[in-house]
Write a protein that binds this ligand. Structure first.
Ligand SMILES: Nc1ncnc2c1ncn2[C@@H]1O[C@H](COP(=O)(O)OP(=O)(O)OP(=O)(O)O)[C@@H](O)[C@H]1O
Ligand SMILES: [Mg+2]
Length: 464
């Protein structure tokens, strides 16, 4: 059965009260009335109506005072003001203060019903939108977008690792490639989707605090084990029990703590600082880093045994520039997220030209950089289609070839070469790489747009 909607009426005019309450009850509302404003607020609170109707003109506190109180106390209800002609101006003020609508006396009961139903419906829709927006953004944050071979094979591995419920995982990749999303995804597969209820996911940045603090955070301590240990404290390994602990930037962990971590991973037990007993730990340890750990091992910065221990289940996320097929779906995905978040209804998509520019940028900040760019465009631009002109120069600038120029080290073979043919061939390659975008192709060759056009004509490469 549908729950009855409630209306609270406050007016010092008995006649209005009886007329309104009769009409509203007949229309199926549960009604409570009051002719004195004194204790009205308390009554509104305990009745918790969908709509409160307040007479503006009454002995103090009047309708406006009550409206202000309702707003200040954040009482969850909609307010409709009842005004007479000479208080119409006040009604406008009331709307500015947050009233949902107003009715001018004398009113017809049908009019009252329409106004109240509209106010209730509007609020219901607002809540629904809020709910859907939240559900939507929660949903998208957990998703891993990408259809490149690299992402597909990564997801396959992730699936197997999650099913096997392994104890430690290492995820590597440049900054912004999505190590944390992948870690959360694994956690979700392991715990949330398998119906284990709400499992903890605890993230610790190993680079963010001094070693001794990190140690006491991770392991916890016993009261009195050092000066600041005023009481027992659980460590994060314990708190992550039944879920996962993400050790972010593991490459920055000091050697001394690395040995302690290795012991945890091998024995699957921890001992609080100053504690006597070992406690079993039951948490998946996910370590991430953007360092090359095997280099760090060679340099003596990272323990070899810990590296081996961690790298049994090892996932590497390749930089975005090495999986360009993912750029378009990621851009569309972020566009959807941010147009929803910022309620920007104007932007519909990207022009093919913009798509090409995004696809050929170098993305040193990887997915995070792309995400930030799309957010920036959604907030700042008022356009239907995002074109190359909306993409800042520092992104497109990155499309230029940044590595060592092969021409610098080019060795002329003794037999000589066919320079014209080589030139033609390189231009063809550049056009292909740039998907026939001449401006981009020119950038790849470090020549001007005009000279590229001239060459294209010269070699008859138009349209090919
Ligand atoms: N494949 C993907 N699909 C959807 N969103 C992604 C993907 N990869 C990364 N992101 C988004 O990009 C942003 C950066 O990702 P994340 O924080 O996981 O990077 P990271 O590798 O941990 O970077 P850092 O090394 O700087 O900590 C996040 O907002 C994340 O949601
Ligand atoms: Mg991260």
């Amino acid at each position: 059965m549908k729950e009855m909607r409630k209306v609270f009426l406050l007016d010092d005019d008995d006649l209005i009260i009886s007329m309104l309450s009769r009409a509203l009850q007949k229309a199926g509302f549960e009604v409570q009335t009051e002719t004195e404003s004194g204790g009205a607020l308390q009554k509104i609170r305990s009745f918790s109506p969908d709509v409160v109707m307040l007479d503006i003109k009454m002995p103090k506190p009047d309708g406006m005072d009550i409206l202000r109180e309702i707003q200040d106390l954040r009482i969850d209800t909609q307010v409709v003001m009842l005004t007479s002609d000479d208080t119409a101006e006040t009604a406008v003020k009331a709307m500015k203060l947050g009233a949902a609508d107003y009715l001018t006396k004398p009113f017809h009961t049908d009019e009252v019903k329409i106004v109240i139903n509209n106010v209730i419906e509007k609020e219901r829709l607002k809540q629904e939108v809020r709910f859907l927006r939240k559900a939507y953004s929660d949903f998208v944050e957990k998703d891993i977008i990408g259809s490149s071979g690299a992402i597909e094979s990564l997801l396959e591995k992730v699936d197997r690792i999650a099913k096997a419920r392994v104890n430690n995982i290492l995820i590597t990749g440049e900054s912004g490639t999505g190590k944390e999303v992948v870690a959360r995804h694994i956690h979700n597969l392991m715990f949330e989707q398998s119906g284990s209820g709400h499992a903890p996911f605890i993230s610790v940045n190993c680079a963010a605090m001094p070693e001794s603090l990190l140690e006491s955070e991770l392991f916890g301590y016993i009261k009195g084990s050092f000066t600041d240990a005023k009481s027992d404290k659980k460590g994060l390994f314990e708190l992550a029990s039944g879920g996962s602990i993400l050790l972010d930037e593991i490459g920055e962990m000091k050697m001394d703590l690395q040995s302690k971590l290795l012991r945890v991973l091998e024995d699957r037990t921890i001992r609080r600082i100053g504690g006597k007993s070992e406690m079993p730990i039951d948490a998946t340890v996910i370590a991430t880093t953007n360092k090359n750990l095997s280099d760090a091992v060679s340099n003596g910065e990272f323990r070899k045994d810990l590296f081996f221990r961690l790298s049994t289940f090892y996932l590497h996320i390749v930089p975005l520039r090495e999986r360009r097929e993912d750029i378009a779906p990621l851009a569309d995905h972020f566009l959807k997220i941010f147009t929803t978040k910022y309620n920007n209804r104007c932007i519909k998509g990207f022009t093919p030209e913009a798509g090409r520019v995004l696809r050929s940028a170098s993305w040193p900040g990887n997915v995070r950089e792309l995400k930030n760019l799309i957010e920036r465009i959604v907030v700042l631009e008022n356009t239907e289609m995002i074109g190359p002109e909306h993409i800042p120069g520092w992104i497109t600038g990155g499309t230029m070839y940044n590595g060592p120029k092969p021409s610098n080290g080019f060795q002329l073979p003794d037999s000589g070469i066919d320079l014209e043919n080589l030139e033609k061939n390189l231009i063809q390659q550049a056009l292909k790489k740039a998907e026939n975008n001449k401006a981009l192709a020119a950038k790849l060759l470090n020549i001007s747009y005009d000279s590229l056009r001239y060459q294209v004509k010269k070699f008859g490469l138009e349209g090919g």
